[in-house]
Design a protein around this ligand. Structure first.
Ligand code: BTN
Length: 325
């Protein structure tokens, strides 16, 4: 049962930037106008930019983005969630929550991370302005896919949600990087806890970071990094975006259609690449396909073909005639 404050926030969020009369809000919430006034004042105190103008009513300014538990609970009503203004890492927080008994579909969202982590032990710079979330999946023993498939599904889920809510089309750089206009605006780190008896993951923590309104200056130490709305003018808030991404991912069913969408959004297919394998071996190759196990199939200039499970790739111009590799 939502509180009056949550229910008021939900109504105002339906029509951001528009005045709604105190009486209309009171009628819809089934409370007195005084109760609406009290709830609006409490939301204002929390940081929501709610304007109350006598004779016109209440309005949530279009830019309002406070990332509160109230808001996330409204958007993530059927499963547990936690909101933190700042945390070391949402993936780590989720691991702590697993020890406390967290269940499938638990969502953690943070406004900033002090020790955000990326793949291969890298740091994921996580200043305020981004959205940082971890979703817990507890796969059934017969569930489809492995960690690579979940990561790919998460990339598709993030791209879908950003397209729907922000109107921007993300591209996916194999395996887990999210790009917009040639810059990395997000990434995914999937971590699993193994069930020792079955050898399958009992808990999968999917961590997703997106630079939503992160000012460019805060990303300066990462030359390829970018932000979707560095001027702050994002059309949707972090809680809504986080819930939409997580909601899309919970719908993942392991079907081939997800791989189709992953390929359609790929930044690398059909391009020449510099490939660095985990061993450090680096070479030039043409990205031919991504198979249903998430392997990147590349063709070597000399004619051989390799199917990569992991590694780093960078797009590069086609090799010139006579160029050595
Ligand atoms: C990468 O680009 O290599 C992956 C970055 C993953 C970042 C997200 S932000 C939420 C979650 N918590 C973390 O510490 N990392 C992931």
């Amino acid at each position: 049962m939502p509180t009056t404050r949550q229910a008021l926030l939900a109504l105002l969020c339906e029509q951001p930037g528009q005045d709604i009369s105190g009486q209309a809000l009171a009628d819809r919430l089934g409370v007195s106008r005084a109760a609406v006034h009290k709830a609006a004042a409490a939301l204002q105190k929390q940081g929501y930019a709610i304007q109350a103008v006598s004779g016109r009513g209440y309005r949530l300014t279009a830019e309002s983005d406070c990332l509160t538990r109230e808001e996330l609970e409204l958007l993530w009503p059927h499963r547990p969630c936690r909101v933190l203004p700042q945390v070391d890492s949402t993936n780590r927080e989720m691991r702590r929550m697993i020890l406390e008994g967290a269940s499938h579909g638990t969502l953690v969202v943070a406004g900033a991370q002090t020790e955000g982590r990326g793949r291969a032990g890298r740091v994921f710079v996580s200043p305020p302005g981004g959205v940082y979330l971890s979703l817990l999946l507890c796969p059934q023993p017969d569930a489809p896919g492995d960690v690579t498939a979940v990561t790919a599904a998460a990339a598709v889920a993030a791209a879908r949600a950003v397209e729907t809510l922000c109107g921007r089309q993300l591209r996916i750089k194999w395996v887990n990087d999210l790009y917009w206009q040639g810059r990395k605006v997000g990434g995914i780190l999937t971590e699993g806890l193994l069930d020792m008896e079955s050898g399958r993951p009992s808990h999968v923590v999917v961590g997703i970071g997106l630079n939503l309104r992160t000012p460019a200056g805060l990303l300066a130490d990462a030359p390829e990094a970018g932000s979707l709305f560095p001027d702050g003018a994002a059309p949707c808030g972090r809680a809504r975006l986080a819930a939409a991404i997580a909601g899309e991912l919970l719908r993942w069913d392991g079907s081939p259609a997800w791989w189709e969408e992953y390929r359609a959004r790929s930044l690398v297919l059909g391009h020449w690449l510099t490939v660095t394998e985990p061993t450090g071996h680096t070479y030039t190759a043409l990205a031919q396909a991504i198979d249903d196990e998430g392997r990147l199939v590349v063709q070597l200039p000399g004619g051989g073909v390799r199917a990569l499970r992991s590694g780093e790739v960078r797009t590069r111009p086609a090799p010139r005639p006579g160029e050595s590799f």
